[in-house]
Design a binder for this molecule. Structure first.
Ligand SMILES: Nc1nc2c(c(=O)[nH]1)N[C@H]1C(S)=C(S)[C@@H](COP(=O)(O)O)O[C@H]1N2
Ligand SMILES: [Mo]
Length: 322
């Protein structure tokens, strides 16, 4: 016996879903063309956490160090837009919409633009980079990021000679980000979250725009669909879910400096010799190694990247410019 199925989805809903799915398929195929020498492998559909990036090469900038577990990297997070507790982002960011997504390039550049995520993925070959991440709260992780150097994008948009700093801004969307609504969840920060780098720091080959980790599309709690990673600075400089990159003449007023300039500086280079006013920065706890008996690790100047980055700060008093 044939049973006639009743369809309860409205026709307009079907149309928009089909268009959406078709668009994703198209974008995947367009993206695949960009992966040099691959041809048939598809890039992950944008906005889908957990999908694999094909054919990643390992960057020579990678550390040869044991990586923190996927579970720890994706469940112990700071992303105050979703709450200030370490498990808040993984518990609350699941439905955060990261597709469609665009990044606006503004300010002192010859080629201001609004790039769709797909376009960024298409133009910039991705690689895997294992980096140490040291939080200002004196813990650290080792993360296998997937991304491309920020400087590749900067060269593409051509900053003018006026540009001395780069300002980054996270999405402002209180409807999706409960920490941005009035109340205690967002710890009283001003939104949107803003970070900044000097142009030469932004141009340093270690400075990465990350779109994935452990070979997969970034989970929302880690800053999907695109976040900054500056491995020689405290973690808060590595701003998540970026929607705007602005080239400016003056040093940007960043979220944490605005919140408490006595405790957080613009530079925020990892520096065991300069304590936070409320705690020492001389050592750190490696997430995943926690036990009463595991010794703390000594924090290294510039988080271990001194050979590559110390010259950026030659002649500067790093106690003053902390
Ligand atoms: N937009 C935004 N970006 C942010 C934060 C935040 O609260 N909001 N927290 C920062 C801090 S303090 C750290 S340590 C890192 C943590 O990145 P992870 O969760 O991927 O380890 O993200 C940084 N980027
Ligand atoms: Mo942090």
């Amino acid at each position: 016996m044939l049973i006639k199925k009743t369809v309860t989805i409205s026709s307009s809903e079907i149309t928009s879903r089909e268009v959406y799915q078709q668009r994703r398929r198209f974008l995947r195929e367009a993206g695949a063309l960009a992966v040099a020498g691959v041809g048939t492998t598809l890039l992950p559909a944008p906005g889908e956490a957990g999908q694999k990036f094909p054919n990643l090469r390992k960057s020579p900038y990678s550390l040869d160090e044991k990586t923190t577990s996927y579970r720890d990297i994706t469940s112990y997070n700071n992303f105050y837009e979703f709450g200030s507790g370490k498990s808040d982002p993984s518990e609350r960011a699941g439905n955060f919409r990261t597709f469609p997504w665009s990044v606006a390039i503004e300010g002192d550049v010859k080629k201001p633009a609004v790039y769709q995520m797909e376009d960024l993925l298409k133009h910039h070959p991705l690689e895997e980079r294992v980096y140490r991440l040291r939080c200002v709260e004196a813990w650290s992780m080792v993360v296998p990021w997937v991304g491309f150097p920020l400087r590749d994008l900067i060269r593409r948009v051509e900053p003018t000679s006026r540009a001395k700093y780069v300002e980054f801004t996270t999405l402002l969307d209180p409807a999706q980000m409960p920490g941005q609504r009035p109340g205690l969840l967002g710890a009283g920060l001003d939104w949107p979250y803003v970070e900044g780098l000097r142009l030469d720091e932004a141009m340093h080959p270690l400075t990465l725009l990350a779109v994935g980790l452990y070979g997969e599309v970034l989970p929302n709690q880690n800053g999907a669909p695109i976040r900054l990673v500056v491995p020689w600075k405290y973690g808060f400089k590595s701003i998540k879910s970026i929607v705007k990159i602005r080239f400016v003449e003056k040093q940007p007023l960043t979220t944490w400096v605005r919140a408490n300039s006595r405790e957080y500086g613009f530079y925020s280079n990892v520096n065991p010799a300069v304590d936070h006013p409320r705690w020492s920065q001389a050592s750190e706890r490696r997430i995943g190694e926690d036990s009463l008996f595991s010794p703390k690790r000594k924090t290294l100047p510039f988080n271990g990247y001194a050979d590559q980055v110390a010259s950026l700060y030659a002649g500067m008093d790093l106690k003053k410019y902390f």
